[in-house]
Design a protein around this ligand. Structure first.
Ligand code: GLN
Length: 305
């Protein structure tokens, strides 16, 4: 039996000695205000036992981690048709690359870079009357927590400075890979990124990806096992942009990061884990978060490899 409580205690202590050299995301003005010293971690196990430390109950901006939820919702609605508009290959480039999109003729490399997530938002805006409500309902259901919400201030702050994302959608629209109104897609995308969750809620939300699509409280099957298999494969290969190889190498779990400093990851059949530390490395991934997860899979001996 792995003693998660003891191992988390060790990680908390080890991380308190570490220096970080990166910076908090500042291109979204609201995120620049976050205290760089925040640090929390929470593990939710398949047997429903869960453990956490530090700022694990505090809400933060999940940013690109929301791309896992929007993709899940799109697959739930249109199944494998999603893959007619977005590929499933690692990008090896920054998450907001325009150059790669031009090379790829407007078909994004994968759904976890910005261009890919924007196509997924287009799909949802196109088929749903109220995509924001559907996304909130989805996240509230899988966490069993109705208090989860968007942060309008963060969404508006990103809209004011979101030129690169606006360029990505417009470019894809010009090449015929965007159907809906550009402003509506951008609005939905920034709201999705502004979702706020604590490590505790995020770990609970991710446990269904460890449990073949079943949520813990009701036992309901939210996604089918084959969808979960594919989403996990994409998290493994594309969840950390041009640092996905490094994350696999160091940590060895399917996961997804966001520029709010959060990372969520899963071990099939075992646990989901969420960690938050806002200081990012140059690839836009949480510096301390990656280190903490490396220690978790090393100390527990539980990675997928
Ligand atoms: N909202 C951010 C953006 O579009 C999300 C990026 C991220 O978390 N990597 O730039």
């Amino acid at each position: 039996m792995v003693d998660f409580e003891k191992i988390l205690g060790t990680i908390q202590e080890e991380m308190s000695y570490r220096d970080v050299s990166g910076k908090v995301a500042s291109y979204i003005p609201e995120l620049a205000k976050v205290d760089p010293k925040k640090f929390g971690m929470h593990i939710y196990c398949s047997d429903k036992n869960n453990y956490g430390f530090g700022d694990h109950e505090e809400n933060f901006s999940i940013q690109s981690i929301s791309k896992v939820f929007t993709l899940s919702l799109a697959i739930k609605h249109i199944g494998s048709k999603v893959w007619e508009r977005v590929n499933v290959e690692p990008s090896g480039n920054p998450f907001n690359s325009l150059m790669q999109l031009e090379q790829d003729k407007g078909v994004p490399r994968n759904p976890f870079i910005n261009s890919g997530a924007l196509v997924i938002c287009d799909i949802l805006v196109n088929i749903l009357d109220n995509p924001k409500k559907e996304l909130l309902d989805f996240v509230r259901k899988i966490t069993d927590n109705n208090s989860i919400d968007f942060n309008e201030k963060v969404a508006t702050s990103e809209l004011k400075s979101g030129y690169r994302n606006i360029a990505l959608v417009n470019y894809m629209k010009a090449l015929g890979n965007i159907k809906s109104d550009v402003d509506e897609i951008i609005d939905f995308y920034f709201y999705s990124c502004s979702l706020e969750m604590s490590c505790r809620n995020l770990a609970k939300a991710f446990i269904m990806y460890a449990n073949k699509g079943v949520i813990p409280n009701s036992g309901e099957q939210i996604l089918n096992p084959s969808t979960v298999k594919r989403i996990n494969a994409l998290m493994q290969t594309c969840g950390f942009y041009d640092e996905s190889g490094e994350f696999s190498f160091e940590v060895g779990l399917p996961g997804k990061s966001g520029v709010g400093g959060g990372i969520a990851a899963i071990h099939p059949q075992q646990y989901a884990v969420a960690v938050w530390s806002p200081v990012l490395n140059e690839k836009g991934n949480s510096e301390l978060g990656m280190k903490a997860l490396e220690r978790l899979t090393t100390l527990t001996g539980l990675s997928v490899f």
